[in-house]
Design a protein around this ligand. Sequence first.
Ligand SMILES: NC(=O)c1ccc[n+]([C@@H]2O[C@H](COP(=O)([O-])OP(=O)(O)OC[C@H]3O[C@@H](n4cnc5c(N)ncnc54)[C@H](OP(=O)(O)O)[C@@H]3O)[C@@H](O)[C@H]2O)c1
Length: 406
Amino acid sequence: MYQVALLGIGTVGSSIYELLQKEISDEFNVKHVLIRSREKHKNFEKQELLTTDFKDIEQDQDIDIVIEVIGGIHPAREYIEDSLRKKRHVVTANKELLSEYGEELIQLAQEMGVSLLFEASVGGAIPVIDPMMNELLVNDISKISGIMNGTTNFILSKMKNSNLEFEEALKLAQELGYAEQNPDADILGYDAARKLAILSSLAYHQTIKMQDMKVEGITKVSISDIEWADKMGYEIKMVAVSSKENGCISATVAPFMIKKENPLSLVVDSYNAIAMDCNNAGSLMFMGRGAGKPTGSAIATNLMDIISSKPSLSSMVNRAPKEEAMPIIEKKYHYYVKVDFQDQEEKQKLEKLSDLGELVDQEESLVMITEEMSCDELQAYIDRIKGIAAVEKVSAIRILDQDTMA
Ligand SMILES: NC(=O)c1ccc[n+]([C@@H]2O[C@H](COP(=O)([O-])OP(=O)(O)OC[C@H]3O[C@@H](n4cnc5c(N)ncnc54)[C@H](OP(=O)(O)O)[C@@H]3O)[C@@H](O)[C@H]2O)c1
């Protein structure tokens, strides 16, 4: 019987606690549950397990496995490091911590000869890290693209299907519990960027952090953009995409127009999907519930991995070829650009220009598809438009130029 300490018993903690009491109770015994305040947990069935002091866990010689589901950088980082140094296996769902300190923590686990497993940190219940590190071991992954944040996918789906503007859809998501009261990490793209950082670092054998990416949220997407996308044969989704091309890596999280032929365009509401291009296995896509109660399943799988003879993720990472670090560059995309004018005279000033891109419509607004450009080039393009005509609003959204999965 393995002795387990559970750090945190919130959304994910309570779902894994339940599994530890039922489905996997023969193998594991929960010895401690770390919380912040007892008051909140006075109805918890086994009060004797609760502690607000990590020392109770640190000093208990019996503990074999620590499950960290408190979230954030501090004190989660210190608790995980302490546990690894005591040669305890650690399972965590903490994408924020792993995207920033994953390399150091994996190295520490390797030095200590224990496992550090984190399937739940990306895509909730969807198995994606384990397939990458095991089943796809003899593959070179050249591209990852996906819908990695259920909150923004829910908001964009509601905007389209219920004709709601962003603020209204966000309010609805908060009322239904799909969005936090402070939704910034989701709507500004940070949550998806952290997950993309974890997957890209594993896929390309090099640390990729959020700071290396172009990250843009969905706050500027309007119903009008969604309607335009629909007319042109696209869906707007917040996509996290990274690739390894010509010896360079690029990574972007932003609202994208995706062709309706691309299976990612069919992923709606709070679902997540992650697609990969592999040299031997071809294109693969993993889809499912990316958050909430099902996340406990991913943690339970990691617990079973620890007690089975399956090689640990730490030893897999060790096997990765040590290559020269590849430069991380910004990938250029075609943009959909829609310009709204104060009056028709102003619009005519721009219509005379022939080098703005492919003109899609010029009834009320000007809608164009630009050539491939970087963020700076797009800004210069918009500045040029604003210098020529008095515009009311300019919207710009990247186009994901692919109809395959990844
Ligand atoms: N929610 C999801 O769907 C989901 C999915 C995948 C991954 N994750 C990740 O899983 C982790 C946990 O998320 P969650 O949604 O379950 O969080 P949550 O509902 O807010 O629960 C956090 C738990 O940790 C405890 N805690 C927080 N800080 C603590 C501290 N300093 N000392 C002791 N206990 C502390 C809290 O104690 P109290 O109860 O006393 O406040 C609570 O029980 C995060 O890293 C998150 O990114 C979440």
